[in-house]
Design a protein around this ligand. Structure first.
Ligand SMILES: Cc1cc2nc3c(=O)[nH]c(=O)nc-3n(C[C@H](O)[C@H](O)[C@H](O)COP(=O)(O)O)c2cc1C
Length: 153
């Protein structure tokens, strides 16, 4: 096991108001800053958005994740942040992505909504592992299909 390697998985409620265009612009900004800051702190991961909610995976050293997550939690663009998992892992599964992204008009985000519906939107019934797998499978599929996902340089 790589010493001190952790993953954190959380869900939160989108609080970005306004038109789709405005939401899109804010998310672009989130991704730009995330990719810069995460690459500098050795953090990899993925973000998924389905209009209502965000789901995010962060992988990295314990203290780097903690420092990044403290910033993320204070961000007014989302609220009701619930951590599903914060635990040591053997290896990274998102090593190519400083922050891969799955947007709301994708199959994955629809599947994410289905999972939420099936649990009656009760986050206590949501498995972090399931969200982790969903993000992983769909990011690799998008990459294989030649989708324009930004990778670590
Ligand atoms: C849903 C969501 C996910 C975010 N993910 C990250 C991330 O992975 N890394 C990061 O540095 N900032 C992320 N941010 C942005 C941070 O909240 C923050 O705005 C940014 O890191 C700049 O922080 P600063 O202004 O305190 O320097 C995210 C914000 C939101 C709303």
């Amino acid at each position: 096991m790589t010493q001190n390697l952790y993953r954190l998985i959380y869900l939160s409620q989108n609080t970005i108001l306004g038109s789709n265009e405005n939401v899109h612009k804010e998310i672009e900004q989130i991704l730009t800053i995330s990719r810069q800051r995460n690459a500098a702190s050795g953090i990899t991961g993925a973000l998924m958005f389905n209009q209502e909610c965000f789901a995010q995976v962060l992988e990295g050293m314990h203290d780097d994740i903690q420092e990044t997550f403290e910033r993320i939690q204070c961000d007014p663009r989302h609220g009701d942040v619930v951590v599903l998992d914060f635990e040591p892992v053997d290896a990274r599964r998102f090593s190519q992505w400083s922050m891969g992204y799955i947007g709301y008009d994708t199959l994955a985000s629809k599947e994410f909504t289905q999972i939420q519906l099936a649990t009656g939107f009760d986050v206590k019934q949501l498995s972090g592992e399931r969200i982790y797998d969903l993000l992983h499978v769909h990011l690799y599929a998008a990459e294989k299909a030649g989708s324009n996902l930004e990778k670590i340089a």
